[in-house]
Design a protein around this ligand. Structure first.
Ligand SMILES: Cc1cc2nc3c(=O)[nH]c(=O)nc-3n(C[C@H](O)[C@H](O)[C@H](O)COP(=O)(O)OP(=O)(O)OC[C@H]3O[C@@H](n4cnc5c(N)ncnc54)[C@H](O)[C@@H]3O)c2cc1C
Length: 506
């Protein structure tokens, strides 16, 4: 053992930015550290927030639990609804539709994964039920039903896994109340200057338009795409992923509901991008994500409005973005979180999760004032791995298309993809195997559904799936379908569930 002592502890944390990233980081840090940290958050009303972010993935449920916000309260306050899946329309071909649902699909039998039994059934009879007949979330989506359920009673089947749709601005206000309740001090004002220490270039303080100077030990850059500290002051650099994820624009607007409040997000492919529909309690959020090289802003806005299910409630709002990642998301004493750290487009609603995960990592690896380079490197390595795995999953949706009706889709179908993704596609196509890399975000079931949904059909299946007599295979599969359908039939509709549990008064 050496005789080193710890460096001085970090006492003053300064967060720049009050979007979802800023308030989530503030709330999580304040809850974890309590009065041991003094946390200041600076945000500028004049600049405002992106505030789109209405769809999430199941890990979001940990945030409420950690902060002590009950689920019904969270969903009432944020006008939330339940999300069981994303429905992808027209991605593989026009007219085609599949879902990426959050629950498990089927059951393993012995050593072979479920898909091998299902693949055998389809090979023997192409009209055999599709993969989604074995997914409780997919079946609940088809019936517009929902009930929380860990397991399917009296069976080994796992139950529902779900996430939320919510109004990001209202969710942000909830986080803010929670953070302020735990001692976070908010300052409204615009940061106009960042002072660096002469000897090592660490951030010493920020200066506001009012003249106030705020010093800190650790600075968290949640200032959005501009990356005021990480890029503006520290010139960290940005790695572009636009050659793989070419969409660079979005146009968004809320509308009235078309009727049913679906328990899933819809993502419908368009000429040069895709459009989302996200059901909230009081309205539907719509956004058209597109590549500005292939479609004009006016055309994109017209498509957005044409595909709304009800009348628009506001004029379309335009956003530009650049997919990629900061060269280092942690540089010196500055950690970038949210849009300041990078952006993978919203197709699988991963941004809020990536910031939640990064904030959790910051808690786990919280530094002292020595900012040990080994710690910083490890944080950067883990964050980058998570971003790259998420990126590859999204690229798969674009790459594995049979569409050739527009230059955009032809480009996607013929583009090169990262080596790891090419390997995975090859393995699945030839053998039906899907493996998860380390602690990656997306589950085997997620990969499986997108592979199959996008039309990648394996050439073979596991030999053990052939060992089962045909009658036993049919019985095994039929039993799962019956259990899934019975469980779904017993659920209330999504609308009934909302009414009973978290319907907002206005
Ligand atoms: C088209 C689109 C769709 C999306 N959909 C989803 C989705 O469905 N699900 C999901 O999880 N995520 C989604 N996202 C991502 C999500 O919107 C963001 O992750 C989220 O809004 C967090 O943003 P942020 O807090 O990093 O930045 P912002 O919301 O941009 O906030 C930046 C903050 O920094 C402050 N600031 C900036 N400069 C200064 C300054 N000089 N002085 C003081 N304050 C300053 C601003 O006032 C603001 O408070 C989407 C993003 C886009 C672009």
């Amino acid at each position: 053992m050496g005789n080193q002592t710890n460096e001085l502890p970090v006492r003053r944390v300064v967060i720049v930015g009050g979007g979802t990233a800023g308030w989530m980081t503030a709330a999580l840090l304040a809850k974890a550290f309590g009065p041991r940290l003094s946390i200041r958050l600076v945000e500028s009303d004049e600049i405002g927030i992106v505030g789109v972010g209405e769809a999430t993935i199941p890990q979001i449920r940990h945030v409420g639990r950690f902060l002590g916000i009950a689920e019904d309260e969270l969903l009432r306050a944020s006008r939330g609804t339940i999300k069981l899946a994303v429905q992808f329309n027209d991605w593989r071909r026009i007219g085609d539709s599949y879902v990426h649902a959050f629950s498990d699909v089927g059951l393993p039998l012995g050593l072979a994964a479920f898909q091998h039994y299902w693949l055998r059934s389809r090979r023997e009879d192409p009209r055999a039920p599709d993969l989604w007949a074995y997914s409780i979330c997919a079946r609940a989506c088809a019936a517009n039903r929902f009930a929380p359920m860990e397991n399917v009673g009296g069976s080994p089947l796992t139950g529902i896994r779900y996430a939320y749709h919510f109004d990001a601005a209202r969710f942000g206000r909830l986080l803010r109340r929670n953070a302020e309740g735990n001692g976070v001090v908010r300052t409204e004002g615009k940061v106009v200057d960042v002072a660096l220490r002469g000897d090592d270039g660490f951030i010493e303080s920020i200066r506001l338009h009012s003249g106030e100077v705020i010093p800190g030990d650790l600075f968290v850059d949640c200032s959005g795409f501009r990356g005021l500290l990480i890029e503006g002051a520290l010139k960290t650099g940005y790695e572009s992923w636009q050659h793989w994820l070419p969409c660079d624009s979005a146009v968004v607007a809320p509308s009235e509901h078309g009727g049913t409040i679906r328990p899933y997000t819809q993502a419908s492919a368009q000429q040069a991008g895709w459009q989302w529909r996200i059901p909230l309690q009081h309205l539907a959020s719509n956004g058209h994500v597109y590549c500005s090289r292939f479609v004009s802003d006016d055309e994109a806005a017209a498509t957005l409005v044409r595909n709304m299910e009800g009348p628009a409630l506001a004029a379309p709002r335009q956003l530009r973005f650049h997919t990629g990642i900061r060269n280092k998301v942690w540089n010196r004493n500055c950690v970038a979180l949210g849009l300041a750290s990078g952006f993978i487009e919203p197709l699988e609603s991963t941004s809020i999760h990536l910031m939640q995960s990064a904030a959790g990592r910051l808690l786990t690896m919280f530094p002292d004032r020595g900012f040990d380079p080994a710690l910083v490197d490890e944080y950067n390595r883990q964050t980058r791995a998570e971003y790259e795995q998420t990126r590859d999953f999204i690229i798969l949706h674009y790459k594995a298309t049979e569409r050739d009706d527009t230059p955009f889709w032809r480009r996607c179908a013929t583009m090169d993809v990262p080596e790891g993704l090419a390997r995975r596609i090859g393995l699945f196509r030839r053998t039906g195997h899907v493996f998860r890399e380390g602690e990656e975000l997306f589950t085997l079931m997620g990969w499986l559904q997108v592979f199959i949904g996008q039309g990648i059909v394996p050439e073979r299946h596991h030999p053990l799936a052939d060992a089962l007599p045909k009658a036993q295979l049919d019985e095994f599969l039929a039993n799962i379908r019956t259990l899934v359908d019975r469980a779904v039939a017993a659920m209330p509709t999504h609308a009934e569930y909302i009414d009973r549990h978290f319907k907002a008064a206005d």
